[in-house]
Design a protein around this ligand. Structure first.
Ligand SMILES: *Cc1c(COP(=O)(O)O)cnc(C)c1O
Length: 385
């Protein structure tokens, strides 16, 4: 959960440096006013280095990052883009906003994209695949990439919940053509609102950078007002204020991850002996971002009861089961494009996902965990099962 737990004077110091040096809040230009301070640019370089990508492009949100990634691949009307049933609405919103048709797969026991259902849902119109590392657990990227590569379809990793996690030694977000991250207030790093797109492909980076900046190519041979362009775009630029906060937050990421991984293990150990519980499957080779601990109970009624007991004890749950309507495509009847594509009755469109999610409970993992929390959780869960 967590970046926000560690916000302190370091973020303020980064911002103060902007104001001590001309107060330029725009990422480009004003070179003689800003005394060499370029917070967004510096944040991008540090982030790219951190995850091991050649390029990082800061944007206004994780949703914007997905939109930019889709535009970068040239996705538009008539194209199909495949994602998974368990994700935040934003993933499907970005596909719809790109005028493409959203196609949604079932999840498997990892609670991420089921590679077999992915293979079954590919058509000659499929132009991109967006697996999501939901709540900090990597999707089965080996299998997903095999399906994608056989058919030459690019992969965009929605790494909103996976920032800092790894799969077979590589940072989540760097395994496909493009990776996207969110720095909203609930994520492992936060800039209030913000996001990042990463890639190691120079031409994809150039297209992404131009698209997110009205088509500006930032051609060094001409001033910005005479800038060259080769395509239309939009404005998803990050401001210097967000870039400054991002720099301070990035320095804390390892601390966030280490604390969450440790706390997640403690929580898992304390409830693992309770009969009737099983845990979400973690793919081999995963280093989790450890945003949440997810376990399964026998049915939906028990999941709600566990949630009620946890709330009564002063402990919250995270997304499952209480916020399922924002995170399961089977409930998104408010999206006509999705209903057209996967419906007409979304409630029966993803039976396996519905069964798995319906009997899942997610406990938030935090950096500053109270010492009596594991015992409280154990007692609450035990009282129901
Ligand atoms: C948070 C989130 C997003 C969107 O990020 P914002 O920064 O809130 O726009 C996209 N996908 C997933 C899976 C998310 O959890």
């Amino acid at each position: 959960m967590p970046g926000f737990e560690l916000i302190d004077m370091q973020e303020l110091e980064e911002i103060r440096e902007i104001f001590d040096n001309g107060g330029v809040l725009f990422r480009h230009s004003f070179d003689d006013l800003r005394h060499g301070i370029y917070k967004v640019r510096t944040f991008e370089q540090a982030f790219a280095q951190k995850v091991g990508a050649k390029y990082a492009l800061a944007v206004t949100s994780g949703t914007a990052a997905l939109r930019v990634a889709l535009a970068t691949l040239g996705i538009g009307a008539g194209d199909e883009v495949i994602t998974q049933s368990f994700t935040f609405v934003a993933t499907v919103e970005a596909i719809i906003e790109s005028r493409a048709r959203p196609v949604v797969t079932e999840i498997d026991e990892t609670l991420n994209m089921d590679p077999a259902d992915l293979a079954a849902k590919i058509t000659h119109r499929t132009r991109a695949i967006i697996p999501v590392h939901m709540l900090g657990v990597p999707a089965r990227m080996d299998e997903i990439k095999r399906v994608a590569e056989e058919r030459h379809i690019p992969v965009i990793e929605d790494t909103a919940w996976g920032c800092g996690g790894k799969y077979r030694g590589r940072s989540l977000g760097t395994l496909g053509a493009l990776g996207t991250y969110s720095f909203d207030y609930a994520k492992a790093m936060t800039t209030g609102e913000g996001g990042m797109v990463v890639t190691s492909d120079t031409s994809l980076y150039q297209r992404a950078a131009a698209y997110h900046d009205h088509g500006h190519e930032n051609n060094p041979a001409v001033p910005r007002w005479e800038d060259t362009r080769s395509g239309s775009g939009f404005n998803y630029r990050m401001s210097e204020l967000q870039g400054a906060v991002g720099l301070a937050q990035l320095r804390k990421l390892e601390r966030v991850l280490a604390a969450q991984r440790g706390h997640k293990k403690v929580l898992r150990d304390v409830i693992s002996t309770i009969p009737g519980i099983s845990f979400r499957q973690i793919p081999d080779g995963s280093e989790e971002a450890a945003d949440a601990l997810i376990f399964h109970v026998v049915d939906h009624v028990s999941a709600r009861r566990v949630r009620d007991a946890l709330v009564t004890a002063g402990v919250g749950t995270k997304i499952l089961p209480e916020a399922i309507i924002w995170h399961f495509a089977g409930t998104w009847t408010h999206m006509p494009e999705l209903v057209n594509s996967c419906g007409p009755d979304l409630s029966v469109a993803f039976p396996r996902s519905k069964d798995l999610l319906g009997r899942s409970v997610a406990i938030p993992v935090t950096v500053k965990m109270a010492s009596d929390l594991p015992e409280k959780i154990k007692k609450s869960v035990q009282s129901v099962l």
